[in-house]
Design a protein around this ligand. Sequence first.
Ligand SMILES: Cc1cc2nc3c(=O)[nH]c(=O)nc-3n(C[C@H](O)[C@H](O)[C@H](O)COP(=O)(O)OP(=O)(O)OC[C@H]3O[C@@H](n4cnc5c(N)ncnc54)[C@H](O)[C@@H]3O)c2cc1C
Length: 542
Amino acid sequence: MSKISGKEIWVYIDLRDQRLFGFSLNVMARARELADAMSGKMAVVFICSPVDDESSSISRDQECFSISDAVSECISHGADQLYIFENTRLAVPRADLYATVLSNAVQERSPLLVLFALTDFCREVAARSACICNAGLIADCVDLRISEDNIIATCPAWGGDIMSEITFSDGFSTGFATVQPHSFSAVEVKGKPGTIERIKVDNLIMPKGLKLLARSPEPKEHRKLEEADIVVVGGAGLGSIDGFGLVRQFAAAIGGEVGATRPPVLQHWVNEDQLIGQTGKTVRPSLLFSVGTSGALQYTAGILESKTIVAINRDRDAPIFQVADIGVIADAKIFVPLLTDKAKQSVMRNLADVLGKGNVNDMAQDTGFGEKIQKLRESQNWSRETLAKATGQSPEFISQVETNEISPPVSFLVRLAGALDVDPGTFLNKEEKNILRDQRTQAFIKRTLNYSYETLTPEAENSHLRSFMVTIESHHDHKPVAYKHEGEEFIYVMEGLLEFTLGNKIHKLKKGESIHFNSDIPHKLKSLSNELTKCLVTLYTL
Ligand SMILES: Cc1cc2nc3c(=O)[nH]c(=O)nc-3n(C[C@H](O)[C@H](O)[C@H](O)COP(=O)(O)OP(=O)(O)OC[C@H]3O[C@@H](n4cnc5c(N)ncnc54)[C@H](O)[C@@H]3O)c2cc1C
């Protein structure tokens, strides 16, 4: 009979929130197999405020999940034994306090192994407990097996380039290990009615040196990455901060959040809170793009719950292709900008399709055109004012579009495309181009009705370049031009004397003189002569 047979394998249960609790269930699946292999028991350890305490629930600040539910879950996932260490002081997780409780329990009961799901908090509890117990700690293992009288753990080493096997020293009594929870899946085990032992922790002395000042849930904006439906992760393969910018642009085009592997974080191309992986965040989007990443285990640990993974790497043998659903062997610096252009075109096409429905109510109910515009604006980090400026509209107009109160004209999409650097020709269909043409014609007719225009270029309303004659009565203002557009304008005085105000500057132009200016700058015209003033105006709109 082996020296370890019949002993207990413990799993520390992380009760901080439901997601972390789920990690503990994953680790329990492996612990159950190990316990079976050595004819031992699998026990779980709860450290918490008393279970029947009203406030005793997981993640009090967010979704509520009671500790008694956690107890039932552990039983249905094969725990033979549940040790629940209770004291009201344990309501708030503190690694130093929890380690004191856990190490006392270990020294008293001598389990063979204490396992923790790999999270920052568990890592600290594990390290502190192992130190107090003067025991060995195997860090960050991806698998564990029994071999004779010992446990052998498999751990990535040298940045994940090699797998090492680590064991405890001969004759050890208890060993500790942190385990990558994504290496295993939770397994329900039928017919194992676990025994519950509630242990009141008396004389709990708060360790000196640390004082908890406040505790608050993580702000929602910090969880954007974890809750995102689309994530684009950039890796070292992007080469530089500018290269990493390609990933940001792509993410903005598809409304995704940006994540990173460790090298871009170390190089300060991105913030540390965008790190994905074992020591960073775990994401679970519907769609994840992994760009220029090799696929080290410490990184992939954070992406494995994604529904679809698309990897882009120029090395066909890169390990990331083993976890990817779709693999693209390409130079990211060439491929990603092409993908970004295509994505923008497809976003614009989608908006045009929605707009094509034409009915604001339809848009509001079925498709959320306004929401799409808002999402697009936010993904570009544009304020309403910025989008208004880019599309030649007012912020109020943008606000009404976003709340589906009004349906914008196709020309709005064209301006939006311009702001996104997308050629309208690439996403508008023939019919929409015709609508746009009609809208331009109508706008031109409306404008020319007000002024004494004489069109010199027939059907110029559909062109970017137009010329017309403006006649202004003696000592009269030309009707103010409410129409504003991007582009250039050129005025040539053919007869009379023109006072031309451009912004704050006043110009006096005699017959034969001309001026060339940016149409976006407010401008007005006045005749200063005793006769009519006639000008040739040529404008070029974008
Ligand atoms: C204890 C520990 C914890 C760790 N925790 C984390 C963690 O949480 N998160 C994390 O990310 N890392 C973590 N690491 C580091 C991890 O092991 C890897 O070193 C890291 O993930 C590698 O990042 P990478 O894939 O971006 O870079 P690399 O491994 O350098 O890979 C770059 C890839 O880009 C490809 N490439 C190069 N140029 C191009 C191009 N022009 N176009 C397309 N592809 C290109 C290359 O073929 C290569 O495959 C940890 C390491 C340890 C030891």
